[in-house]
Design a protein around this ligand. Structure first.
Ligand code: PLP
Length: 286
């Protein structure tokens, strides 16, 4: 087996890796995760991802299992097994199993015991992003029925999975979520619209995940290229009237959205800002 898995300091063949059914991650989705892309074997925006991982832990009241230096050592050591050039590193930390698992109470909501956290990592190849051209995808829209702490990168992704499955059945890559009439984000991405050369994306709040790619595109790509960006709410009407719509995430970078439900986004090719942003973004990966 080529792929390896790290669980609490032991490296397994991916198919051999196992955790306890009493892990609170399994019973309650009590945990967080992070996904760090590597291009040409080099981590892209590692510090930003690492910072968000620590924030997520903090927001669910979990101690960080390792100090920064120890994390880096463990990750480097684990990735010595990785033969991919372009891949993502998935890190998941769950509250784990109580130290003294009580035979009579095997599951309780409150996390009042002492736990052995489960630190789990694997890697997987990234395709497409290093390809030459900007890819276009379809999207659907859907009411955002997630909880109100979408700024935590929680492993509790039932609604996201449900929505992405629905999108897939409708030949779409992403489900764009709508809360109180406004676009929040995609199920696995942040959403940007462009109208009359002005770019808009939902502001940071508890209603969206603060995407690492979102921040990079705003600060290093959009602003450096002198495009106007407004981090403010926009509604479905604006989404559908946009000249261009695109999404961002760490594994895909930038994807242009060409169709939303039945509506075609008619981007004028002579003024394709998404393409310009994509070209500029790609230079950072090289
Ligand atoms: N929003 C959600 C709900 C996500 O799951 C993701 C990525 O997985 C993003 C946004 C984009 O975040 P990032 O750019 O850090 O990958």
């Amino acid at each position: 087996m080529k792929n390896k898995v790290f669980i609490n300091d032991v490296i397994y063949d991916a198919t051999e890796a196992k955790i306890s059914v009493f892990d609170r991650g399994y019973l309650f989705s009590d945990g967080i995760y992070e996904l760090i892309p590597y291009f040409k074997s080099k981590a892209f925006l590692f510090n930003e991802h690492f910072h968000r991982l620590k924030n997520s832990l903090n927001m669910i009241g979990m101690d960080n299992p390792y100090e920064d230096k120890i994390w880096i050592n463990k990750i480097d050591n684990f990735l010595e097994n990785c033969s991919y050039d372009n891949f993502f590193l998935y890190i998941q930390i769950t509250r784990g199993v109580p130290n003294d698992l009580n035979e009579e109470i095997l599951r309780e909501h409150s996390a009042t015991k002492t736990y052995n956290p489960t630190v789990f990592m694997f890697y997987s190849p990234i395709k497409n992003i290093m390809g030459c051209s900007l890819n276009s995808v379809n999207a659907i829209t859907l009411e955002d029925k997630r909880w109100m702490q979408c700024d935590i990168k929680s492993i509790s992704l039932s609604f996201n999975s449900y929505a992405k499955t629905l999108a897939d059945k409708l030949d779409a890559y992403e489900a764009i979520l709508i809360r109180d009439g406004n676009i929040t984000e995609g199920c696995s991405s942040n959403i940007f619209i462009i109208k009359d050369n002005v770019i808009k994306t939902a502001p940071k709040s508890n209603l969206i995940l603060p995407g690492v790619t979102r921040a990079f595109i705003i600060e290093k790509v959009i602003k450096n290229n002198d495009f106007k960006i407004h981090e403010e709410s926009f509604d479905v009407g604006e989404l559908l009237k946009a000249d261009e719509v695109f999404l961002t995430n760490s594994s895909q970078g930038i994807l242009s959205i060409k169709k939303i439900d039945k509506h075609i986004i008619k981007t004028k090719s002579e003024n394709n800002i998404t393409q310009k942003l994509f070209n500029s973004y790609k230079e950072f990966l090289e």
